[in-house]
Design a protein around this ligand. Structure first.
Ligand code: M6R
Length: 634
């Protein structure tokens, strides 16, 4: 959801043209979701280009060859919140003199008050965005700084920085903001509840060197972005900005400071993925690539955590915390796919006799779900940047609960906001549809539930360790494509499951609607007869997850008979342990295992169904309409 890229070439190095870096960076941020894009180049003059639609629209609207200059620039992909996607609403925004350009992620909550105030000062706004108040505030403070000091704005960056800080001081809400000024080869930026990370590039190659302190100016260039993939091609050395920190980047280096302007020594970290990880490796879509990456992602997730010989599971990140604090009530909070993982995690813990619930993060308040000193609130969020989940976690923290982030993103806001962090280790996920991160969340929660209850049998450990290979078997043998091609064009698609397969049914439906744009719903299998059965016809396929041959399977088979009697095509995802295939029009097989691991395997078949229906329909699979990878507004 919105993406920022900024670049300043080092004064001491041969640096590439800023426009190339900005456009490449924006294209790496496309996965976050956007509907317009723009760049501002700050050399002797400030040049702003922006355009509604895909990045190609922006590229075709500018003459890149004329813009080839080393130097300084910022870029933005916008996902509309205030005002529709238009050229005018696209970022960067400037004041009317065009001497400052600003890009912003997040929401300025008091923008209407600021807009009224600035309108009274004579400002005429062009866009409908909340962001446009920022360049005008900066401009206002720039003028007063010039007047008060008797210094012209081009007389030094202190004036710009002062004006930038004063403007930020007026803003309420969540933001990552970057600004550049005419005639000043510097980027000024800050963040609050929206991510910003610096990339530090060594001479010509950003993959080595000292890992501490402020820069010496010896690097090849400095990057600023919403997420590491925007600059990973150039450097893997990063500095994460914290809330309310400011950064100034120019050819001499970078300086991070707090609200009062006091310099902060930041640690430079090395991230452990490279440009290869964010490419498509020959697959047509990131989503398909990521579905196929699941065996290795799951192997990575389990590495060092499961000891078959000793019959134990260990979560290093949680150390002694697991035993001390997991007897308490556990409340999961999450959104979307991660919420389905939360439902699955809560059921796993309940099965082991631990009180656990899952709440949609945007619905979570500590009034509804009381928190005391003993409560553990677990936020599940692959990005670690989802605003609803972050708000819930912060509220839980304030109320005295202990918080744990289960996330894919080291250094993310959730990891930093919580008392503890547990990583799912899925690697970068670019497709908006969460796939391998869901599987990795499931497996992490399986390990977590075993670790906290100190209950894991030798059989269970073996089942866990087999999951990556079993997923590979599914990927190699699936007939999901053929089934999808048969069923495409149906009126609606329903997904049912019981127990641990209920969250899988919900996730199957979410994935399906998200990328096919077709009507899809997930139900607890037993709920069909309480209403949704009225929707079932011979043109509404029902996907049912049935594994094992116990009571859960038998009851789901009864529900399948209910839809079969209404002539609905039935697709079963099954391990073949029951006689469910007798009632199915189509069968998607999974290897036999226990119910907990079967929920991970069954989901893979449903991911593939969604993918192949969407592909047959020619949908924009990696960037579905209206959706964003990282949802940083509430
Ligand atoms: O980054 P998060 O896990 O917090 O994201 C939460 C949801 O926005 C996300 O799971 C969304 O539902 C998926 N992109 C759906 O595939």
């Amino acid at each position: 959801m919105c993406g920022i890229i900024g670049y300043v070439g080092s004064a001491d190095a041969n640096t590439p043209d800023a426009i190339d870096i900005l456009l490449d960076g924006l294209s790496e941020l496309e996965y976050r979701g956007y509907d317009s894009a723009g760049v501002a180049l700050a050399n002797a003059e400030l040049d702003v280009y922006k355009s509604e639609g895909e990045l190609e629209e922006l590229v075709s609207s500018l003459s890149v060859s004329e813009l080839r200059e080393p130097g300084v620039g910022i870029g933005h992909t916008r996902w509309s919140t205030h005002g529709p996607p238009t050229d005018t609403n696209a970022h960067p925004h400037t004041d009317d003199s065009g001497r400052v350009a600003v890009v912003h992620n997040g929401i300025i909550e008091n923008y209407q008050t600021l807009r009224d105030e600035l309108t009274a000062e004579g400002v005429t706004f062009e866009s409908e965005t909340d962001t446009e108040v920022v360049p005008y505030l900066i401009s206002l403070y720039l003028e007063s700084a010039e007047n008060a000091d008797g210094v012209r704005s081009d007389g030094g960056s202190i004036v710009y920085e002062r004006a930038f800080r004063r403007a930020i001081d007026r803003i309420e809400g969540s933001y990552a903001i970057a600004a550049v000024f005419e005639g000043d080869e510097t980027i000024y930026a800050t963040r609050k509840e929206s991510p910003l990370v610096l990339g530090i590039e060594e001479n010509g190659d950003g993959r080595a060197g000292d890992a501490d302190g402020q820069s010496t100016g010896a690097e090849g260039g400095y990057y600023l972005a919403s997420d590491v993939p925007a600059f990973i091609e150039h450097t893997d050395r990063v500095v994460y900005l914290e809330d309310e920190e400011f950064v100034r980047l120019n050819g001499e280096g970078y300086e991070v400071s707090d609200e009062d302007g006091t310099t902060i020594e930041k640690t430079v970290k090395t991230v452990d993925f490279d440009a290869e990880d964010t490419g498509k490796s020959g697959y047509d879509h990131h989503m398909l690539k990521e579905v196929h990456e699941q065996p290795s992602a799951l192997r990575q997730c389990l590495r060092g955590r499961v000891d078959e010989l000793a019959g134990t599971v260990t979560l290093e990140e949680l150390d002694t915390f697991v035993e001390q604090e997991f007897a308490a009530p556990i409340e999961f909070v999450a959104c979307g796919t991660s919420y389905h993982a939360a439902l699955y995690g809560a059921s796993l813990l309940q099965q082991r006799g631990i009180h656990a619930t899952a709440t949609i993060a945007s619905e979570y308040t500590t009034d509804r779900v009381p928190v005391d000193d003993d409560t553990l609130v677990v936020g599940i969020t692959q990005s670690g940047e989802t605003a609803d989940t972050l708000r819930a976690l912060r509220e839980a923290n304030r109320a005295g609960g202990t918080t744990l982030a289960v996330t894919n993103t080291v250094g993310s806001s959730a990891a930093r906001a919580c008392d503890h962090a547990l990583y799912i280790r899925a690697g970068p996920e670019i497709g908006v549809a969460a796939t391998k991160t869901f599987a990795s969340q499931q497996l992490t929660l399986l390990v977590l539930s075993a670790a906290v209850s100190s209950q894991i049998s030798h059989d269970e450990i073996q089942s866990l360790r087999r999951v990556p290979d079993q997923v590979r078997t599914i990927l190699e043998t699936t007939s999901a494509r053929e089934v999808a091609e048969e069923l495409v064009g149906s009126d609606a698609f329903f997904f049912i499951g019981r127990g641990l397969h209920y969250p899988v049914a919900l996730e199957g439906a979410l994935k399906f609607k998200e990328i096919t744009y077709e009507h899809a719903e997930g139900f607890a299998a037993g709920e069909l007869k309480h209403g949704p059965l009225a929707l079932v016809t011979e043109n509404t396929p029902v996907f049912a997850v049935v594994t094992g041959d116990g009571q859960t399977a038998r009851k789901t088979i009864s529900n399948i008979k209910e839809v079969e009697a209404r002539d609905a095509p039935v697709v079963v995802v099954t391990d073949g342990a029951s006689d469910v295939e007798r009632y199915a029009d189509y069968v998607l097989g999974i290897p036999e295992t226990n119910e907990r691991c079967a929920a991970v395997l069954a989901n893979v078949q449903l991911q593939l169904i969604a993918y192949w229906v969407a592909n047959t329909m020619g949908r924009s699979i990696d960037k579905p309409r209206n959706l964003a990878k990282s949802v940083t507004v509430e």
